[in-house]
Design a protein around this ligand. Sequence first.
Ligand code: CA
Length: 224
Amino acid sequence: MRLLVVEDEPEMALALQAALRRHDMVADHADGIATALEMILAGTYDAIILDRGLPDGDGLCLIPKIRQHKSSIPVIVLTARGRLAERVAGLDGGADDYLAKPFAFEELLARLRAVMRRPDHLSPMAVKLGRLALDLDHREASVEGMRFDLPRRELLVLEALMRRAGRMVPREILMESVFGMSDEVQSNTLDSHISRLRRKLCDIDAGVTINGVRGVGYMLMEQA
Ligand code: CA
């Protein structure tokens, strides 16, 4: 899952990004409305965490702009403006959820899971292929009910492939799903993650294969 954190306080932004990463998500950061909009239009985000008091205006102004272009991205407003009238304004303004600072990170995570579960947000929370299942709610992969651990990047690669199983997933989409904008990535890093993932899926007899076309992308398929 790839998120955009729109937050102008550097410490809060760093803490949020670090915490999201610990939960196997990719988190980019924008420090204002204009930057955020550029990143949202250029990228593929599964959800936006949005502060209100931003240097170039009230974060709520971003929501109609997002809806114009990418209507279904869930937006959670995370702000110090927590009075009733402010919360109502946020939800009426199109936010999917509204959480006041100070907040508990566990609650933010739970709310993220909740907005991602809504039917209009496309992302199914569990996907299956062959004997392999991926629970996107709990970030767990399993084969026939037996859970196995994957490092964060491999889990992200697997998620991106499973969501598009049976289709060739272009390298650019995979790179976007796995690496944040601030990550330094070498061109063969993705291929190394794929190789390791492929070997593990084979070792645990997951019943799926990853086929690649050099320089183009990868496709996850059920084994014949
Ligand atoms: Ca702020």
